[in-house]
Design a protein around this ligand. Sequence first.
Ligand code: MCA
Ligand code: AMP
Length: 508
Amino acid sequence: MRHTSIVAALLDHAARAPNRTLVHFDDTTYSRAAICSAAAAWAGAYRATGIEPGDRIALFLENSPDFIAAYFGAHMAGAIVVLVNTQYRRVELQHILRDSGARLCVTDQARQVEIARLADEPEGMPPMLERVVVAGVNDAAFLAASKPVEPIAPDPESVAIIGYTSGTTGRAKGAMIRHRNLAANAWAVTTAWHWTEPDRLLLALPLFHAHGLCVGLHGTVYAGAEVDVRRRFEVGDALSTIAGGATTMFFGVPTMYTRLIAEARQRAVTPPPLRLYVSGSAPLAVQTFEEFAELFGQPILERYGMTETIMNTTNPYVGERRAGTVGQPFPGQEARIVDVVSRRPIDDEAPGEIQVRGPHVFAGYWDNEAATAEAFDAEGWFNTGDLGWRSSDGYITISGRARELIISGGFNIYPREIEEVLVTHPSVAEAAVFGAPDPEFGERVVAVIVPTAADAATEDDIVAYCRDRLASYKKPRVVRFVAGLPRNAMAKVQKHVLRDDFLAGALG
Ligand code: MCA
Ligand code: AMP
């Protein structure tokens, strides 16, 4: 059956079998009906506080049943959910809350302080932000003011979520994804992966990103299945849970798979095969694919997605899962390779840019018509900015990225954002940031700095400065000091030169 939105799927499944388990969390189970009524309570409270359809609600909290209820509640109230990485600090928060114009933010105790700190910043609190609801602190009072609402499915055409991504200009842009995009992609994913009611997914990915939310949680709800949600990924727990036998599927980023392999070797535990292991968000090394297949006795299914489009391509559920490739378009969706300059389709095997089209593709960037116009061609194809090629039998391989982007452990890091923070340090005259290979996270952040004075700041000072302002995973892992940055005739910093020098050990 096809559903018009994820909330519609939730309501349909709950109406048919209200007592079936939907969510497992911390040894407690939550039925479909329980999640629906908790969400309806949040919807009522949002409404009672003056939230109107189309208003933005920021979610800045860890994976938890509160997250899930506050999330579906926002959709039942017609609001747009703004997803915020729980590791974000004041620079990132300031931008997202201001840019989205969020009127309300739901957070938790651990993160409350980061929001409060915004008041001390030169820009002050984001002006639209009227209310902060803190799970475990004032959420009970907030929900007590709830006026009962009849749970209703949202208009499929309306915007459901804004996910911030692709800050090539230094500032992340908000990708607006409609309810119908989410539903179409959940249908495509559940169909392609044969995801059905008896499935139970172990989900240790964060719910603030498309991978955990739009694939893990939405897929579960769409299929009427069960999800075992973890606060965070902990490899020992993941391996034990999988070995426990109740799990049928696991979705992760490549770093999770390299850790699972190491853990399984160390504990000499290899669980019985699951129905499905999926990897995405970053390239899965062929070596990881092969080691996993040998140790766990089954091939990981690798797929490719983006915040703007959710899931684009997948290796087959039945058929060859080809290492190093991301497979073919999901059902009902299209993908093609075009020349990077002319944007015309090119032959199989030839490298170009990947474009995608279909019902999963987002509505555009929030409050940014120029970026939206640039993202699409005249025939409605979305330019992913990913480079790749297609084999004659249809498998797509991602070979690189047209835009500057570092993917570390599945988190995206935009060099420009780090550079902008670095140059505000009094000892930094100029900074260039790029990615270098990393055995654990795939890529790591390297910062090259031209200091204002010879002995001003140490590597530790620079790292601490970034950590104080940005999510910790964005901090440089390596800092090098140089007298000047290499530039081309247009005065543009030649990062490839810096990167080559760094990899050759020539930067000290
Ligand atoms: C944590 N740290 C990292 C990363 N994660 N450093 C670099 N890269 C990372 N990814 C650092 C922290 O800053 C911290 O440093 C230290 O490691 C310990 O932090 P902790 O949170 O305990 O780390 P962890 O739990 O071991 O995290 C590793 C992780 C996590 C589980 C792999 O990074 C993760 O959950 N990644 C998934 C990201 C994801 O969901 N991406 C989907 C994007 P310190 O101690 O110095 O502070 S959606 C997407 O891309 C599209 C749609 C798609 O295709 O899916
Ligand atoms: P985000 O902007 O966080 O949604 O990240 C999307 C980007 O992650 C894509 O544009 C790709 O560059 C990358 N990505 C996602 N899945 C894969 C994959 N399986 N292999 C390589 N890169 C991937």
